[in-house]
Design a protein around this ligand. Structure first.
Ligand SMILES: C[S@@+](CC[C@H](N)C(=O)[O-])C[C@H]1O[C@@H](n2cnc3c(N)ncnc32)[C@H](O)[C@@H]1O
Length: 256
């Protein structure tokens, strides 16, 4: 396990601060505040993302899916995936994955009393390690939801390359859920500033996010602003879209 480095800001703790959490350090708060000065809508975006993720878990748990692989899970917060899912399906199992050791420490203490949820510390790029653990903890013969909520934009690799081994592994009837900060709706000046000052954020065009769902059947309403995903047409949409979508793996994959 890696040491906790509090001299560098980390995405999980910056996001925790944006959501009003307490599991963050001065260095994370400083970066979050700098972000907020440049991009005041960011806290709304974080909340909209979290609300989308909870809607996805509720929707799919209500359809009988009770296995979740939450990659880039973030720090435990008010409504965690296993809590939301287990309210609907008591036996729901969740494997959480994050590459931040702080997430693992907080996560393990939250989950001490729950045998149906577990944390793994690994980068999403290390699919072999993650899927090995998933094989042991989630049943291979049941549909799984692979959640990649607001995590792919921290990785330089194309989203389609990151998700490919997970999609191959998913049993038929499984779902892939992705939210990702997108170019759509960004004012070009802000975009240039984000690219220059926050190179660790990979704000991508729609097509690159869409490519991650190749061969899967996209659920309604498609890849849309997270605030528009099953909230009705009148839902407010902030000026900085976060694209979000969920797709199902059929028994026979469609040609991409
Ligand atoms: C913005 S938070 C999202 C948390 C949660 N998924 C949600 O949507 O509320 C991004 C999370 O991704 C994690 N992360 C970033 N890069 C990662 C990587 N390469 N592998 C695994 N986790 C990563 C960060 O540590 C952080 O916890």
């Amino acid at each position: 396990m890696h040491e906790i480095d509090v001299s560098q800001p980390h995405a999980a703790r910056v996001y925790d601060y944006l959501l009003g959490g307490k599991a963050n350090y001065a260095v994370d708060r400083a970066l979050a505040e700098r972000f907020l000065r440049d991009w005041p809508e960011l806290a709304d975006l974080a909340r909209a993302n979290r609300a989308w993720m909870i809607r996805v878990v509720r929707t799919l748990a209500s359809q009988g899916i009770d296995r979740f692989l939450d990659i880039g899970s973030g720090l435990p917060t008010a409504d965690n995936v296993h809590q939301v899912a287990q309210r609907i399906a008591r036996e729901a199992r969740v494997l959480y994955v994050d590459n931040d050791p702080v997430v693992l420490t907080h996560g393990r203490s939250l989950l001490a009393a729950d045998e149906r949820a577990e944390y793994v510390e690994a980068p999403a790029q290390d699919a072999a390690t993650i899927l090995d653990r998933a094989d042991a903890f989630l049943d291979r013969d049941r549909p799984v939801v692979v959640l990649m909520s607001a995590v792919l934009h921290y990785m330089p690799e194309p989203p389609a390359d990151i998700v490919a081994p997970y999609v191959r592994w998913m049993p038929p009837g499984s779902h892939l859920a992705i939210s990702h900060v997108a170019l759509e709706g960004h004012d070009p000046e802000l975009l240039a500033r984000i690219r220059e000052e926050y190179p660790q954020q990979h704000v991508r065009p729609r097509e690159e996010i869409e490519a991650a769902f190749a061969g899967l059947e996209m659920l309604e309403p498609g890849l849309v602003d997270a605030q528009r995903w099953r909230t009705g047409e009148d839902a407010p949409v902030g000026p900085q879209p976060l694209l979000a979508g969920v797709a199902r793996k059929l028994a026979t994959r469609r040609a991409p």
